[in-house]
Design a protein around this ligand. Sequence first.
Ligand SMILES: *Cc1c(COP(=O)(O)O)cnc(C)c1O
Ligand code: SF4
Length: 370
Amino acid sequence: MNGEPPLGGSDTQTTFDSWRWQYQNRLKSLNDLRPYLPEREVQLLYEHRVKINLGITPYYLSLINWDDEDDPIRRQCIPTASEYTDRQCWQPDPLHEEEQCPLMDGQPVIGLVHRYPDRVLVITTDECSMYCRHCTRRRLWDDGIRHRTPHEFERILDYIRKDDGIHDVILSGGDPMTLSVTILDYMLTRLREIPHVEVIRIGTRFPVVLPQRFYDKDILDVLDRHAPIWLNTHFNCANEITPASREAIMNIRKTGATVCNQTVLLKGVNDTPEKMLALCRKLVSIGVKPYYLFFSDMSTPAHMRTSVETGMNILEEMRGQISGLAIPTYIVDTHLGKVPLLPNYVAEINGDNWILRNKRGIIRVENPQV
Ligand SMILES: *Cc1c(COP(=O)(O)O)cnc(C)c1O
Ligand code: SF4
């Protein structure tokens, strides 16, 4: 089952480094997967779905170790039939995002999720560079892709302009990096004109699956012009951190952006303390702050989910073995908001004495009555 990326052209290195070439040469159909999967698996997939959204760049594909059936990169990008058969976990919108789409003039502001008073999330497009098999928002792309219309973008901007309690705008999707530089620049320009918008974030998986995008000056200039941007990306395993992704992150940071990472806890990808430590250590080494570790939502296929305790155990093991800089906050996300989970470090409260525990032992701390 060996697959080489379909390199073309005479100067393959230059080609491989071109994001347009990477984007255009993504594996996009079941037919494109044929060289990489047993025919039986392809047939099974065809039986369930004729069209499956896929978008695997030759770069991301090249990171797969095909000798390992459970390769963590393969698990994230190559569909399996069980994704469409084991549907006990499969909920289209586990976080009730559609219900939290606000109204303006009696009509929904399509593309907006307003869950917290001070922050909004903008679904700028349904399109992604890769369609991750564990995606929380797969409802957006599983049955076809929609783009925001110019009218929808204007309504989103109007809504944000009118609510001066909104201080933080998250451009998400889909992946906003699939938008043209012109649209992205337009949105950022309009948002920067709104006095109460203090923070702008972009959520994108491009540094992971298509880091070559950030070799180009056009996009870096946009980030620079609207600095400082908070860029949240989505690395899930240490193998995803390569010289190419490192270069992308360094280029992004030079624009004044801060780069944070949101990981989803996934079986076979990052579900042991060793794997999570390796990921977070590498993230910090390339200048990325591990921000959140998300417990998988009810949209993730059953074969990729873990127990809640798996994450607690990982966090417990990390503390003390690695700097706090490398430790994300473990979150169970719900329609009522994010709920952080921490191992319980308070063993007992005894009058003025707090009895605390960690991996190394138990300690009494006197609580001053002030
Ligand atoms: C996660 C999320 C945010 C951002 O939350 P932070 O804790 O500030 O990162 C905002 N809006 C929605 C709908 C979210 O799901
Ligand atoms: S990049 Fe994000 S939004 Fe796109 S498919 Fe992956 S998890 Fe979903």
